[in-house]
Design a protein. Structure first.
Length: 282
């Protein structure tokens, strides 16, 4: 064989080897290229740290160049939201970009951390091999059938409408950041991205407890006000003015608390939940 032929074969083999390496390590190479001059903002870096992201998790998060937006209108625009009444505090786009809603309310602010982790997991899911995705999808579906948390089940049902065909992609993020009891195989998968996943779940639960608890209190106070006013009306009808007067201070105090709670909830709703609101004030 001529030396030139041998050289050509060696060159061809080298090219094939390089092509195979690039194909097998496509994401690592493109991530390195993108991140070589990337410096996250202080707030983005803090979100990654507070979410207990591993180096792999941070790489995926930073690669998506997270942007924090300050208004619902920006979220609607960047995330192409079709329904302004849907709870959506972040999004991951197929162009590998993440947008996160700025949360300033102290009692709700930790949800930004949970949302950052949630959106990062979309990137992780997209990078799964076909075999890994098939295996993990089966585990997600099996676990989804056991979930009774009404907030999560409602969320999954909503995604069937807003994200058709993306059920398992969404399940991967939902279960990874919101559900506490997962099998060891799934826990090992998420451990690639988080050193302490339970912290994320606690932030999710805290967020729901604040909103759900406040909403439940508003409903309870409303029932209490209606019941007390009915009693007062009965007292007046029977000429029991003294008994009526004894209830005036307490019903007024209840109405004050109710109005304060409604204002607070509607502030949360306005900032985070689009057009949703609790009720009007008394």
């Amino acid at each position: 064989m001529k030396p030139s032929t041998i050289a050509s074969l060696i060159t061809l083999l080298l090219l094939i080897g390089v092509a195979a390496y690039v194909n097998a390590n496509h994401y690592q190479i493109t991530d390195w290229w993108y991140l070589r001059n990337y410096t996250p903002s202080a707030e983005v870096a803090s979100l990654a740290t507070d979410a207990n992201m591993t180096s792999t998790g941070k790489r995926l998060f930073y690669r998506a160049n997270p942007q924090i937006v300050t208004t619902r209108d920006q979220m609607i625009n960047y995330c192409a939201m079709k329904d302004n009444t849907v709870i959506e505090l972040g999004c991951y786009l197929s162009t590998d970009h993440i947008y996160l809603m700025q949360i300033n309310e102290p009692q709700l602010k930790n949800e930004m951390i949970n949302t950052a982790a949630y959106e990062m997991l979309h990137s992780a899911y997209q990078r799964l091999s076909d075999s890994d995705r098939t295996r993990i999808d089966a585990q997600l579906e099996q676990l989804a059938g056991q979930i009774t948390d009404p907030d999560i089940t409602q969320q999954i049902q909503l995604y069937a409408q807003t994200e058709p065909g993306e059920r398992d992609d969404e399940l991967y993020s939902v279960i990874g950041t919101e559900y506490p009891n997962i099998p060891p195989s799934l826990a090992a998968n998420y451990a690639q991205y988080f050193s302490n996943r339970t912290v994320l779940v606690s932030y999710y639960l805290q967020f729901n407890q604040v909103l759900d608890g406040l909403h439940a209190q508003i409903n309870q106070l409303n029932i209490q006000i209606i019941t007390t006013k009915a009693r007062m009306k009965g007292y007046l009808a029977n000429g029991q003015v003294a008994r009526y007067n004894t209830l005036v201070p307490s019903v007024n105090a209840t109405i004050t608390t109710y109005n304060q709670d409604v204002v607070q909830y509607n502030q949360y709703a306005s900032d985070l939940l689009g057009q949703q609101s609790a009720a009007g004030t008394e």
